[in-house]
Design a protein around this ligand. Sequence first.
Ligand SMILES: Nc1nc2c(c(=O)[nH]1)N[C@H]1C(S)=C(S)[C@@H](COP(=O)(O)O)O[C@H]1N2
Ligand SMILES: [Mo]
Length: 406
Amino acid sequence: MLGGLALSALVAPGAKAATLLKPLAVDAWTQTPGAPVLDHPYGLPSPHESNVVRRTARAWPMPGAASSLTPLADLHGALTPNGLVYERHHAGVPDIDPDRHQLVMHGLVREPKRFTMDDLLRLPSESRVHFLECSGNTASEWKGPSGLPVQLTHGLLSCCEWTGVRLSTVIEAAGGLVAGDEGKRPRWLLAEGADAAAMTRSLPLDRVLDLALVVYAQNGERLRPENGYPLRLLVPGFEGNTNVKWLRRLKVVDAPLETREETSKYTGLLPDGRARQFVFEMDAKSVITRPSPGHSLTVHGYYPIVGLAWSGRGTIRQVEVSTDGGRTWQTAQLDGPARDRALTRFHAGWVWNGEPAAILSRATDSTGYVQPTREALVQARGLNSYYHYNGIQQWRIGADGSVKNA
Ligand SMILES: Nc1nc2c(c(=O)[nH]1)N[C@H]1C(S)=C(S)[C@@H](COP(=O)(O)O)O[C@H]1N2
Ligand SMILES: [Mo]
């Protein structure tokens, strides 16, 4: 672990003798006043961080259909800054006037209702930290190591503090659920977006009622246009697609609507020809973000292994790290108390002796579920699956210090 011996190895020999220290230079930026406060009424990152941006891995065939991925290797802590939250649009980003946008709550509720944004802002609100992951995240690894860096393998992933109104509060504001055959037929919730894709999903109401939020803010400011401004559904732990952006309609129904997004898409073809449908929760997963492909180890000695772990079914109980390709494992330290359905950062100490190595992480969640190997996943689901890949991810370290997805 992070022992005194390992830490002292970080300091160059000789630096301990204070008498040998030369004074710091007085650089130009210390000698003249800096830029005035109003240069950027809305703050921007340092220009020296201009490489920390969302990137896209592929060309999309349809206008507006695109994704951009979060630069996980360059982030710190558990939250994703708003300008770096991954994006996935099926028909581009609509430009919605918040003064004209309305949400309809109808179907099996007593008093179907339309809400303006002002109406929603007057309802009791709640702020919660949750991850969001596209179920297509890491699909690149189904057939084996893709060679891609972590931004492009795992970057359809972000974590924000979301603020909005509980779904149950919105239902209450519409008079509550219609009584009658309650308990006989489970209720479903249809959610519809106002974009040109009219993204529409059916959700099992009993599983989302206490969790889901109708949100208008992320990380303290109103939603970004690309993340659903002015309103989106947030279903903690559920696959990204169900988190309908630009939300305009919620309808309580007594059976799923079998929309395009839950039949031809977002289903998984199994080896026996059957399909998995309505697979909502994102299974426990973890990935090492540092060191990761593109980094290089430049000295023999101590390196922290840092990464992220998350589960759509609860909290992260444990993360283990291996540096020998999975033969032996050590328990990683979790940074702070693990939050429900949120990214949890982990770190483990490692002394690299200059030999080739293979580093991996494995998450266990609060239900006891352990992140599987790729082989186990393929065994269970075959190779025609695309969504919900959560296999253990390995990075190879070469004798030259290079880090590769191989
Ligand atoms: N209306 C609408 N909602 C949508 C989408 C969309 O294209 N239109 N994309 C979905 C998909 S596939 C994902 S993974 C998440 C992405 O959310 P983000 O762009 O805020 O990261 O939004 C979901 N909600
Ligand atoms: Mo997605």
